[in-house]
Design a protein around this ligand. Structure first.
Ligand SMILES: [Zn+2]
Length: 510
C-alpha cells in the first residue's frame, strides 16, 4: 500500500559549470538564485516561477495526481557559469544534508538538477548530492532527478538514483513536461515499481551547436529513442553533454530505464549508442568565418531585397558560461559600416548604468568592457546615442525558451552606434526571444541583420523572424566556441572524438 500522503523531499543544485569561465562565488549575487523551504514552494506554485521548469512541472503534477506532503528543502540555481566556489558549495551541500536528515522519514526524493555542475574542487557534485541523498534515505526510497540534456552523466549519478529523466528538446521547451513525467514516475514507484537501468557513455564530445533537436543527428537519435518507449521501457534519455565542463564524465550518455527488465534496458541502450557512434562525423560543426559574417551583414544593409540575416554568436553564449560581452562581431560590423544591425544582449553593468544616468537622447563615448578581466572580452569604444532605456523586466515570449517565466535583464539600454544598435544589459544571460530587443524599443523584425549572443536556445523564440536557413553560426573566439581545438582540455578522458579523430569504441559486454 502506498502511503496516504507520501512525504517527498525536494532539493537540488541547478548549474552548468564551465572550467574555462571564471569561478562563481557566493558574492556574485546577481548570478544565482537560492530558494529555501517556503520560498521554494511559493516560487514553484507562482504564476511565473523563477526556478527551472522541472521543479514546478513536478510540483504541479504531484498536486493534481493525489495527496502528498511536499518537503521543499533547498534549491540553488547558478545557471551556466564557471565552477562553483567549493567552500560555498560545501556549505550548501551540508545545509541540504541537514535538511534532508531532519525531514526523515521520507517516501521519495526529487532533484530538479541540471547535471553538469562542477566546483573548484569537485568534478561531480551532482553525483555526490544524489549519493548523499541515497545514504540518508536508504535503498528502498525512490530518488528521481530531472536533468538538462547538457548533463555530463557520471556512473555515480546513475547508480544513486532510480530514474534520470532528461529533457528531449534543445531549445529546452519541455522542462516542465519532464518534471511532470518525473512526478508520474514517482507515483508509480510509490505504488511499488522498481526500475532497472542501463547506461553507456560514448567517447563522443558533441560540440554544443550540433546538439539541436529540430533536425540533425542528435534530433534523429532522440526521436529514434522515443520509438523504444512502451510498457516495459519507461524512459529513454540521451544527454549530448556539456563540452566546457572538461570532466572525465564528458561524452554523450544513454540512459534507458525499464519497469524491472534489465536485459531490455541493456539491449535498447546498446542499440542507441551503436547507431550514434556509427555516424559520429555528423556531429562536427559548420561555422561561418568572421569575414563572411561581416560581408553578408554589409550586403544586407545595402540591399533590402536580400533576406534578413541572423548571426548567432555561439562562442559567447552566457547560457554556456560565456560572458556575453565579446566584441569580435561588434567591432568588425562597426568598422565595416554595416547598416541595420541589431546586436544583443551585451552584458555590461557599468555601461548600462551610465546610459541610464545620461538619459534617453544623450550621446557619449561608450566604453564597453571597462570592468572586465576575461581576456577574450576586449575593451571597445565608440560614439553612441542612448535611444532606449528599460528596467529589463518582461514576460518571456510564449513560443520561446523563456516561456512561462519573467525575464529580468536588470537595467537595460539601447545604444545606437550608427548602423549597429546594441542592447546592453546588467544581469548576464543569453538572448532568448525578440522581447530581449523590443523591451527597450529595438525591433528585430525591422533589422536587416540580428546578432544574438546565444548558442541555440534563441532558435525557438526567433523562429517567427528567421527560417533556419537564414541563421548562421559565427566562428569567432569565445568561452563557448564550438571549435574545440581552441580549448586546453585537461579533465576529459582521452581518446575522445572529435579531439581525437581516431578514437575507438566497442559496446559493453554485459
Ligand atoms: Zn542545456
Amino acid at each position: 500500500m502506498p502511503p496516504a500522503s507520501p512525504r517527498i523531499a525536494i532539493l537540488g543544485i541547478h548549474h552548468e559549470g564551465s572550467r574555462f569561465a571564471p569561478p562563481l562565488t557566493e558574492a556574485d549575487t546577481r548570478e544565482w538564485l537560492r530558494l529555501d523551504g517556503d520560498a521554494m514552494w511559493a516560487d514553484a506554485i507562482a504564476a511565473k516561477p523563477r526556478s527551472v521548469g522541472g521543479l514546478w512541472g513536478f510540483v504541479r503534477a504531484m498536486n493534481v495526481t493525489g495527496p502528498w506532503t511536499p518537503i521543499p528543502i533547498a534549491y540553488l540555481d547558478c545557471g551556466a557559469a564557471g565552477a562553483i566556489d567549493h567552500g560555498w558549495y560545501v556549505r550548501v551541500r551540508e545545509a541540504m544534508r541537514e535538511g534532508l536528515k531532519k525531514a526523515m522519514p521520507v517516501d521519495g526524493v526529487y532533484f530538479p538538477q541540471h547535471g553538469a555542475s562542477i566546483t573548484t574542487a569537485e568534478l561531480d557534485p551532482d553525483g555526490e548530492l544524489f549519493q548523499m541523498a541515497r545514504d540518508i534515505v536508504g535503498p528502498g526510497v525512490p530518488i528521481i532527478a530531472t536533468l538538462d540534456l547538457h548533463a555530463n552523466v557520471s556512473d555515480r549519478m546513475v547508480e544513486a538514483t532510480d530514474l534520470l529523466c532528461v529533457y528531449r528538446t534543445n531549445p529546452h521547451t519541455d522542462q516542465s513536461a519532464r518534471g511532470r513525467e518525473a512526478a508520474m514516475a514517482m507515483r508509480e514507484m510509490l505504488a511499488g515499481l522498481k526500475t532497472e537501468k542501463a547506461f553507456i557513455r560514448l567517447p563522443l564530445m558533441a560540440p554544443q551547436v550540433s546538439q539541436l533537436t529540430a533536425a540533425g543527428p542528435y534530433a534523429e537519435a532522440i526521436a529514434y529513442g522515443q520509438t523504444k518507449v512502451e510498457e516495459t521501457v519507461m524512459n529513454v534519455s540521451i544527454c549530448g553533454g556539456f563540452t566546457y565542463g572538461d570532466t572525465p564524465d564528458n561524452g554523450m550518455a544513454f540512459i534507458v530505464t525499464t519497469r524491472g527488465d534489465r536485459g531490455r534496458a541493456q539491449a535498447v541502450c546498446k542499440e542507441l549508442a551503436e547507431r550514434v557512434w556509427s555516424c559520429r562525423e555528423r556531429f562536427l560543426p559548420r561555422l561561418t568565418s568572421l569575414e563572411e559574417c561581416v560581408r553578408r551583414a554589409v550586403a544586407n544593409g545595402r540591399d533590402a531585397a536580400l533576406p534578413a540575416l541572423c548571426i548567432a554568436d555561439v562562442a559567447d553564449n552566457p547560457g554556456g558560461g560565456a560572458r556575453g560581452n565579446t566584441t569580435w562581431l561588434l567591432e568588425a560590423l562597426h568598422a565595416a559600416g554595416a547598416k541595420g544591425v541589431a546586436l544583443g544582449v551585451f552584458t555590461d553593468p557599468p555601461l548600462a548604468a551610465e546610459a541610464h544616468r545620461l538619459g534617453k537622447g544623450a550621446t557619449f563615448e561608450a566604453h564597453f568592457n571597462r570592468a572586465e578581466n576575461e581576456p577574450r572580452s576586449r575593451p571597445f569604444q565608440a560614439r553612441a546615442a542612448v535611444i532606449g532605456l528599460s528596467d529589463g523586466v518582461f514576460p518571456g515570449a510564449v513560443d520561446g525558451t523563456a516561456a512561462g517565466t519573467m525575464v529580468d535583464l536588470g537595467p537595460t539600454a539601447a545604444l545606437d552606434l550608427g548602423g549597429v544598435t546594441v542592447v546592453v544589459i546588467t544581469r548576464r544571460q543569453q538572448c532568448l526571444d525578440p522581447g530581449y530587443f523590443t523591451n527597450v524599443g529595438v525591433d528585430p523584425a525591422a533589422a536587416r541583420t540580428v546578432v544574438v549572443k546565444s548558442r541555440g536556445h534563441f532558435r525557438a523564440g526567433f523562429l517567427r523572424l528567421f527560417r533556419p536557413d537564414q541563421v548562421i553560426e559565427a566562428d569567432v573566439p569565445g568561452l563557448t566556441s564550438p571549435n574545440l581545438d581552441s580549448f586546453d582540455f585537461r579533465g576529459v578522458r582521452r581518446p575522445l572524438y572529435p579531439l581525437d579523430m581516431d578514437a575507438g569504441w566497442s559496446p559493453p559486454n554485459w
